[in-house]
Design a protein around this ligand. Structure first.
Ligand SMILES: [Zn+2]
Length: 254
């Protein structure tokens, strides 16, 4: 389990050719750049796991790979799915797409810069799901969950879980908090709604999976050079980030 302590969980958003992007910002990445990053993971012998794998590892029914990594795509845009899935499959890497269920097959409304980007449809999900591509929840409405009443949070989350499970026929284990924002109410509601894992961005916990409802992720930006990417997937980067975030949290900074 030692290998899970500071393992990288990468956070991507929109994978799109720059010439086709309506707006280009740090939430975008060119497919060719993603391919170069995935090649690096393969070269360095990382094993990409999904949440079913993580569950088996934590239950002790599966050995933890030497160098685990998780590759996650927030918002499950169709464009990301279409561009990333073939790159992942060709390299035997698993990718995880977190989807906002009220927007399945509809235009995104929360990321203003890419307000017309389409979320994957039911047909897309069915077509792409498989051993390399899994779908988890990014809530029903992409609300700032800490602002909602506890019952409302739980309703949103259990509804979203049910919708995805009905489409895929697979168990949904993880909730990716919209905007990475959570508090104790959100974490409790996630557990009550039947999730096993809650994905944040920055957290006060030092190790990645010290608290399974407050799992840290690494934001990969389009402005990152391949050198920056290599640094961000190293366990020492994640180790030091853990210390920094824990200290900030103690001081009450975000
Ligand atoms: Zn999002």
């Amino acid at each position: 389990m030692e290998n899970l302590k500071y393992f990288p969980i990468l956070m991507y958003h929109l994978i799109v050719e720059r010439k086709n992007a309506r707006v280009w910002d740090n939430f975008c990445l060119e497919p060719a750049e993603l391919a170069a990053q995935l090649d690096y993971l393969v070269r360095k012998k990382f094993t990409a796991i999904n949440f079913a794998d993580l569950e088996s590892i934590l239950q002790g029914s599966r050995l933890c790979p030497q160098k685990p990594v998780m590759i996650t795509f927030d918002d499950a845009y169709f464009e990301s799915l279409k561009n990333a899935a073939p790159l992942l499959e060709a390299r035997n890497l698993k990718g995880i797409f977190s989807i906002v269920t009220d927007y399945i097959g509809k235009e995104n409304k929360w990321q203003k810069a890419n307000a017309t980007e389409m979320t994957a449809s039911r047909e897309n999900i069915v077509k792409y799901k498989g051993p390399f591509i899994s779908f988890e929840s990014h809530s029903a409405k992409h609300s700032h969950l800490p602002r909602l009443a506890p019952e409302e949070i739980e309703r949103d989350m259990s509804n979203s879980k049910e919708v995805i499970e009905n489409i895929t026929g697979e168990k949904v284990r993880a909730i990716f908090y919209p905007y990475g924002s959570f508090n104790e109410n959100v974490k409790k509601a996630a557990a009550k709604a039947g999730y096993k894992y809650g994905l944040a961005i920055a957290t006060s916990k030092r190790a990645v999976a010290e608290d399974l409802f407050e799992i840290r992720r690494v934001y990969i930006k389009s402005s990152d050079s391949i050198g920056a990417f290599k640094r961000k997937v190293s366990s020492w980067y994640i180790y030091f980030r853990g210390i920094r975030e824990a200290v900030r949290h103690k001081r009450g900074q975000p």
